[in-house]
Ligand binder design. Sequence first.
Ligand code: ADP
Ligand code: MG
Length: 480
Amino acid sequence: MKLDVDALRYLSKDDFRVLTAVEMGMRNHEIVPSELIDRIASLKHGGTYKVLKNLLKHKLLHHDSSKYDGFRLTYLGYDFLAIKTMVNRGVFDAVGRKIGVGKESDIFEVATEDGTILVMKLHRLGRTSFRAVKSKRDYLRHRSSYNWLYLSRLAALKEFAFMKALDEHGFPVPHAVDCNRHCVIMSRIQGYPLVQVKEFQNPDIVFETILGLIVRLAEHGLIHCDFNEFNIMVDDDEKVTMIDFPQMVSVSHRNAEMYFDRDIECIFKFFGKRFNLSFNETEVANDDSEVDSDEGCRPQFSDIKKVSGFLDKELEASGFTRKDQDDIAKFIDVDVEKDPNSDSEGLDDGDTVKGTSDVSSSNFESLCLNGKEGDLKLDCSQDTCKENSQIGHETREDGLDESGNDTRVETQGRCDSGSEEEEEHDSKNPELIKSLNKQRKCAIQSARGRRKAITSRNTYKDKGGKSSYNSKIQTQLSSW
Ligand code: ADP
Ligand code: MG
């Protein structure tokens, strides 16, 4: 899916008002009735219908008249709402090219006012692997076909919270900068996904570093659950960074050992195959029978001193509550038979980003938005907006608006779920706000400091991609 932000610049305050009204209506309507949108938006002179037409034209909404006349948000519409909020908060002000296509996300470069390049991950839960989600459908009862909004937001919130907590514990992860709706902003990692690397100077050191990370994670009470060559970035100094955290589980999960072993196995397999590392898989025992002595170097789950619940406090501090954890666990029940190779597809050779230092600002589409100063108070007193706790979506019953107002400066740097209670709670906690603000500044600062040229060692990539699809994206983005 393209992210044509061009339209974003021309959307008016009223456009965003109506878009936000649809988002609100979707808390408990799969398709939001047109009259309800009109009531929530309460534009003068019945202007809602004209605006709806415009939003439809830009594919920000989908029209459905099968049961009654109504609309729902498209991914693009949801993207625009999140991007506008971020821009209004001053997190970034330009969107650049797509640098990754994960199975459940799209990843773009974005640029701050001073030219620092960050990464924007837009979660798209339910896009492809809705299998696990489907089986849990009854949880959302009649809300099945629009739960992607809620799930994507939860996934983003979880990713942000874990990234931040892991960073604070010294794990090599991107710096979490901000989060809104299904969108996470993080520092850009220099380097390549491991899957694209053909040779290392010290493959055994990289191998051990990666294994060490899995062990250290477990010692901190966590298992990545998707620890494979697609979710490990390596730079030219062979420094390893791990990414992609929405599926992490606690070591107290009932299948923890299996997930741990699977992460370990992925790494053994990959390094054995790609770099011909041998692990003394077999050795001759005294009785001349061959035994598996791989255990000698293979970390065992039972040997690890685990401290479960260690990161809980930090996770809560990012707005990711125990309830959120339980909710998302219901959906992302890590699929036992999951094929790790089906993970992120990355981009093919032609599209691989060669470091940020050579990314000229002309690759970025600057977003000078309309209605930035707007006072967008939506009437959410309608019956539909009351019953929102189940869907867990942004609450704006006080009339605050994410996309139109810059009313949330004081909460910058945290991943807001948008919930009113959390908002209130956080604003009463100046310590938390201060530390989150500081964290965000640090994240941007260190993203700035990390800009260095990437040289050519990894110029040959072995990973094919959807070249035609990507080249289309390139054409579109390069014209920005
Ligand atoms: P998914 O959850 O959909 O698998 P990932 O977080 O794994 O998404 O990201 C997909 C791809 O995007 C990665 O393989 C990597 O190429 C790129 N990517 C993601 N995050 C970053 C980052 N912070 N810096 C640079 N590239 C990134
Ligand atoms: Mg991934």
